[in-house]
Design a protein around this ligand. Sequence first.
Ligand code: ATP
Length: 200
Amino acid sequence: MTGLFGGSFNPPHLGHLVVAEACGQAAGLDRVVWMPAATSPHKQADPAATPAATRLAMVDAAIAGNDRFESSRLEVDRAGVSYTVDTVRQLAERGEPLALLVGGDSLAGFPTWREPQAIAELARLVVYRRPGDHVRLSDLPRWLAAAVTVVDGPPLDVSSTGVRARVAAGQTVRYLVPDGVREIIRRKGLYGRHIGPESA
Ligand code: ATP
């Protein structure tokens, strides 16, 4: 089974890696495809938006060395707003069973996504809890709860927003993002202030 892991990945961080690894193992996935959105439906007016090519490069740097991880340019090349249902349909056409990896915070808003029931029919939803996500399977519509597998793992209070804020404040993000990602952040001067060798 193939796992689809979509996101902005601006930048990819420790949380993403743990989610992909733990969900991959728990759901018995052969591979996890990391899919940076061209433009996320939830972040269309994001002033902190980073070019898709740069986010893709950071994803490639983050997943280097893990044979089960790969990146895809499908949404980046499709351009415009990236709707998961379109991507799931495209991947499902290949006939391979599909799992969609999501954090608990994303699951809460899932019923408001475009054609959520179509997504749930085409893919198993593999969910990794996130601090403060308030997910209770009993609160979800039955069609959604039936499609969800919750994966066990330590809650990780790490976010791209938090990483960007630390970089902007000149605080280290070493170990919060892989070294290769940190290098791209530094080289391209992403997210604001960079002071001295210990920042970013
Ligand atoms: P931002 O802070 O910019 O909103 P983010 O850290 O939520 O970004 P995304 O790229 O938007 O990162 O997330 C992609 C997917 O990874 C989403 O399904 C999200 O819920 C999940 N995710 C990200 N960080 C974590 C985490 N620490 N724990 C569980 N799930 C996570």
